[in-house]
Design a protein around this ligand. Structure first.
Ligand code: C2E
Ligand code: CA
Ligand code: CA
Ligand code: CA
Length: 275
C-alpha cells in the first residue's frame, strides 16, 4: 500500500492507543469472544524458592482473536472493567480453571491465583460465583488465592466482600505492590495473606538503581504485617539468589517459565521438583 498505507495504519494505531477508535468495537468484540469461546487461560507457575518446588499457578486470561492472534490482557482488561464485562469473563475463566483441574491429583497445599478487578469487590456476585463454581470440586475454594490491586478501595462494601470471600477459604493477595500510592495504613486495613512485590522492583536487584532498597523495605514490611511474599517478574539467577537469601518464600517469573497452556503447565508442575 506504500507510504499512504503506512501513514494510515500508524494513525489507526495512534487512535487505538488513545482509546478513541476502538472502545465500542472492542466492547462488541469482547461480547462476541465470550459467545464464541475465544478466551484461553494460561498458567504462570508459582515456585517455592526455598525448596525448588512448583506449588501452584496464577491463571492469566488471553484472547485468541481469529484475525489478530493472541491478544494480551492489558489491551482489553481495562475496557472489560469499564463495561462490566469483566464479571462474565472472570466467571468463564473460573469455570475453565475448575474444569482443567477436575480429576487431577493435586498436593494439599496447591494454589491457583485469580485476578480480580476493583469493581468485583462492589457486590456479592464474586462470592456467589466462587461458591457455585468451586464448592465440592477437586479445586476447592480453599485452594484459591484472589489477587486484588491497590486500586481496590477498602470501604465498608469492599470489607464485607473480602470477609465473605475469606470465610469460604480463599487466600487474599495484594498484587503489584509498590506501584500504587498506598502506604502502611492501607496495608494494615487490607489484611491480606500475601503481598506480591511488583516486577519493577524485583528487576532493580543486581543493579545500582536507587530504588533497589525498596525490595528490602517491602520484605520487612510484609514480615511485620505477617504477610507472605510472592516476588513477581524474576528473570535472572542473581535476582533469585538474592530473594532466596532474604528468605522470600515464593516467586514467579520468566526465569522459571512463561505462562503456559494447561497441559504444558501440568508437565512443568510434575517435573518441579524432578521426580
Ligand atoms: P499481573 O496480574 O501483574 O500478572 C503478571 C504479568 O506479568 C503477566 O502478564 C505475566 O505474563 C507477566 N510476567 C510474569 N513473569 C514475568 C517476567 O519475569 N518478566 C516480565 N517482563 N513479565 C512477566 P499478562 O499475562 O500479560 O497479564 C497482564 C495483566 O493483565 C495482569 O498483570 C493482570 O493485571 C491482568 N490480567 C490478566 N488476566 C486477568 C484476569 O483474568 N482478570 C483480571 N482482572 N486481570 C487479568
Ligand atoms: Ca496478578
Ligand atoms: Ca501479581
Ligand atoms: Ca502483578
Amino acid at each position: 500500500f506504500g507510504a499512504a498505507g503506512v501513514m494510515l495504519s500508524a494513525m489507526l494505531a495512534w487512535l487505538a492507543l488513545r482509546g478513541i477508535a476502538n472502545r465500542q468495537s472492542l466492547t462488541r468484540g469482547l461480547r462476541a469472544a465470550l459467545r464464541r469461546r475465544q478466551f484461553e487461560v494460561h498458567y504462570h507457575p508459582v515456585i517455592d524458592i526455598q525448596n525448588d518446588r512448583c506449588v501452584g499457578a496464577e491463571a492469566l486470561i488471553r484472547w485468541r482473536h481469529p484475525d489478530r492472534g493472541l491478544i494480551r490482557p492489558d489491551l482489553f482488561i481495562p475496557v472489560a472493567e469499564e463495561t462490566g464485562l469483566i464479571i462474565p469473563i472472570t466467571r468463564w475463566l473460573m469455570n475453565r480453571v475448575r474444569d482443567d483441574f477436575e480429576g487431577v491429583d493435586l498436593p494439599r497445599d496447591f494454589h491457583i491465583a485469580i485476578n480480580l478487578a476493583p469493581v468485583q469487590f462492589k457486590d456479592r456476585t464474586i462470592v456467589d460465583d466462587i461458591r457455585a463454581i468451586f464448592s465440592g470440586r477437586n479445586l476447592s475454594p480453599a485452594m484459591l488465592v484472589l489477587e486484588a490491586t491497590e486500586r481496590f478501595p477498602i470501604d465498608d462494601a469492599g470489607r464485607k466482600v473480602i470477609d465473605a470471600l475469606r470465610t469460604m477459604g480463599p487466600g487474599i493477595a495484594l498484587d503489584d505492590f509498590g506501584t500504587g500510592h498506598s502506604g502502611l495504613a492501607y496495608l494494615q486495613k487490607f489484611h491480606g495473606d500475601y503481598l506480591k512485590i511488583d516486577k519493577t522492583f524485583v528487576q532493580t536487584i543486581g543493579t545500582d538503581a536507587v530504588t533497589r532498597t525498596v525490595v528490602d523495605s517491602i520484605i520487612n514490611l510484609a514480615r511485620e504485617l505477617d504477610m507472605e511474599i510472592i516476588a513477581e517478574g524474576v528473570e535472572t539467577v542473581t535476582q533469585l539468589k538474592y530473594l532466596r537469601q532474604r528468605g522470600v518464600p515464593y516467586a514467579q517469573g520468566f526465569l522459571f517459565a512463561q505462562p503456559l497452556p494447561f497441559a504444558e503447565f501440568e508437565n512443568f508442575r510434575r517435573t518441579h521438583p524432578s521426580p
